[in-house]
Design a protein around this ligand. Structure first.
Ligand code: MG
Ligand code: MG
Ligand code: MG
Length: 306
């Protein structure tokens, strides 16, 4: 029976690369008939990364009914496959706070507080003494550079850096920072994308004390790239909020200036000041040093909403 390895909704490069790598790992380590999967089409960054290293795109899967599943890069029901309880979860590999997925059977869990799922996967290969294929090493390297914003994010650990050094050697990458910049330039491109594409490119819904809160993020090499689309993005998140949400926030992250402008649409804009201690005059606020949704934005809002 096929075992589908799948990351979160609105797949990012870590969800895609970890699905491919974990599928390869369980095939070799446990003889499982694994299939790498994603819950939707690839974003431009992930497409660039797979092309660069000649790795095939995962199959698109959206429903878990009747399937065996291994989760990567998430354990939250809201971010997972439809009808997850009608499937069987065999394992999870992740680097987020533990979510609300439960299982009737024992499972193999690898959940570590590091900057990227692929850092955990690197250790899984090492633990089992399995060689990482060159192309897979390349996409894992890119996933770590992406999730840690080239080691600048507060989520980055020494394990992430060590994994990148080892993966770069296997993949034959001499200058990983040049590769990272090339990747972030692809990620920064907004031409041809609709406002909805941009808002949902890296978007997650959260339940905060009974309030539905959406938080999206666009990471660019220079905030001026987003100037022409800012008004359109604000209009778009107003629409997303109108669809039953208390608040929608969109982080426009400048990876060189190392901070984020946050666009705000909320029933109670005072939560922003409560969360970050800075007064938000109007529709946006600059948050200096804030680059990580997971570590610097979600926990602050969770406290502000409590
Ligand atoms: Mg992710
Ligand atoms: Mg990740
Ligand atoms: Mg990210």
């Amino acid at each position: 029976m096929a075992v589908y390895v799948v990351g979160h909704k609105n797949p990012d490069t870590d969800s895609v690369a970890a699905a491919v790598a974990v599928a390869d790992y369980f095939k070799k380590a446990k003889g499982l008939d694994t299939v790498a999967a994603a819950q939707g089409g690839l974003n431009p960054e992930s497409e660039f990364v797979l092309n660069k290293f000649g790795v095939a795109a995962p199959e698109i899967v959206t429903d878990a009914a009747g399937k065996q599943i291994i989760l990567v890069d998430h354990t939250d029901l809201a971010q997972s496959l439809e009808n997850l309880s009608d499937g069987e979860i065999l394992g999870a590999v992740d680097h987020h706070k533990l979510g609300d997925v439960t299982t009737p059977n024992p499972l193999e869990m690898w959940v570590w507080p590091v900057g990227c799922t692929c850092t955990v996967v690197k250790s899984m290969y090492d633990y089992a003494g399995i060689e990482i294929p060159k192309g897979i090493a390349g996409i894992m390297l890119c996933a770590i550079l992406s999730d840690t914003v080239m080691f600048k994010s507060v989520t980055c650990t020494d394990q992430d850096k060590a994994a990148c050094d080892a993966l770069a050697k296997i993949a034959g990458v001499d200058d990983m920072m040049a590769l990272g910049m090339e990747m972030f330039k692809v990620k920064s491109a907004v031409e041809g994308a609709s406002m909805s594409d941009l808002v949902f490119r890296d978007y997650k819904d959260f339940d905060m004390s009974g309030n539905k809160v959406g938080i999206g993020q666009l990471e660019v090499v220079d905030l001026s790239i987003l100037e022409p689309v800012k008004a359109g993005l604000l209009d778009e998140i107003k629409k997303v909020k109108a669809d039953g949400r208390h608040s929608v926030f969109l982080l426009l992250t400048d990876i060189m200036k190392e901070g984020s402008e946050m666009l705000i649409v909320s029933d109670d804009p005072a939560v922003v000041e409560k969360a970050f201690g800075v007064a938000a005059g109007g529709d946006s606020v600059w948050l200096d040093g804030v680059m990580s949704r997971k570590k610097q934005v979600v926990p602050n809002f969770e406290k502000a909403f409590a």
